[in-house]
Design a protein around this ligand. Sequence first.
Ligand SMILES: Nc1ncnc2c1ncn2[C@@H]1O[C@H](COP(=O)(O)OP(=O)(O)OP(=O)(O)O)[C@@H](O)[C@H]1O
Ligand SMILES: [Mg+2]
Length: 357
Amino acid sequence: MSDSPNLETQVRTALSKVKDPETGRPLKKQIHEVDASETKVAVKVGLTSYANPLKDDFHKKVVEALQSDFDKHEVTVEIVEHDRPAQPKGQVGLTVKSVIAIAAGKGGVGKSTAATSLAIALKRQGCKVGLLDADVYGPSVPHLTGVRGGVTKVENKIQPLDFDGIPLMSIGFMVPPGEAVIWRGPMLHSAVTTFVRDTAWGDLDYLIIDMPPGTGDIALSLSQLLPLTGAIIVCTPQEVALIDAIKAVGMFRKVKIPVIGLIENMSSFVCPDNGKEYDIFGKGGAKEYASQDKIEFLGEIPINIQLRQRGDAGQMGANFDDPEIAPYLEKIAYNLVSSLAEKAAKSPVQAELPVLG
Ligand SMILES: Nc1ncnc2c1ncn2[C@@H]1O[C@H](COP(=O)(O)OP(=O)(O)OP(=O)(O)O)[C@@H](O)[C@H]1O
Ligand SMILES: [Mg+2]
C-alpha cells in the first residue's frame, strides 16, 4: 500500500509509459503491487511467459520509467509472472499466441535444426512451446529430439509426445520409420488439419513448425487453418542458396504469410585443431540480403561438428550446455521475441474480448 492515493496514481501513470512486450499495450492490469512513500517506490510488475526472454530488458524499462518521474526516490522493481492464457485461434481453435513456421527455399540447410533449437531455447526461457514437424516427406524431428513412439488418442484428440516438456507432433509418430508415403493434395491438407486441429496442444505461447523443403502446399494448408504469425527463412550464406531463400521469401509473401526474419546457418567454421575461422560457404550473405530487402536478420549459427553429432544422437538439448554454440541459439530466440515485441508496440494487439459460446 502506498502512503497516498495521489502518489500511487503518479506511479501508475509513470508505469503506463512502458508497453507490455506481448501486446504492445500500456501496463495496467500487469501492475500487481505499488508501494510508494516520500522516499521509496517499490512495484511488482507482471510479465507473461510469452515475453519471458525479454525479462531483463523489461525490468530495465520499468526502472527507467519510474526513475524519470521519481528521481529522488529509491526505486525497486520486481518482475513477477503474469498469467494471460492464449485465446483460441482461427477456425481450429488452437490456443496459441504465435505460430511460427521455419522454412527455406531448399532442403538440407538446417530448418529442422533451427526449429528444434528455437523450441528448446524458448522453453528454457520459460515460454510455453509446442513443436510441430510438418515435414511429411521426411520428418526428422523425432530423430533430432530422440523422441520415439506412437500417438494415442484421448477424447478424440491426438496426444502429442513429450520432448522435455515440449509437446511434439510429427508424422514420424504415425508412419513406420522408412516407409514411403506418397502424398496427394487432399491427403496433405488432412494431415496438416490433424496436426493443428485434432492434436491436444494445450495452452501455448509459441507453436514452432518445422516446414518441409520446397513447395508452398503445406504453408497454404496451414494458413487456411489458422493465422500464422509468420515464417522464418533459414539459409546458408553462399549465393546459390540465397537465390532459393529469396524465392522462399517471395512464396510466403504471395500467400500473405509475413516473413519474420532470416537465420543464416553454417555461416562459419572454427577449426577445432587450430582455432582458425574458415568461411566454408562464405559469411554474411544472408545478413546482407536481409538488410537490402528490409527483412529482420535473426542471427547466425556456425558450422559445428558437435551440433551435427548431437542432432544424430537425439541430444539437441546438450547444445545449450555448450558455450561454443548455445549463445548463437539463444540469441536467435531473443531476437525473435524482441522483433515480435517491436511489432506489437507499433500496432498493439486489441484487448481480448471474452469468447462467446
Ligand atoms: N550449423 C550446423 N553445423 C553442423 N551441422 C549442421 C548445422 N546445421 C545443420 N546441420 C546438420 O545438417 C543436416 C541437415 O540439417 P537439417 O535436417 O536441420 O536440415 P533441413 O533443412 O531440415 O533438411 P530437410 O530439407 O531435409 O528437412 C543435419 O545432419 C544437421 O545435423
Ligand atoms: Mg528438415
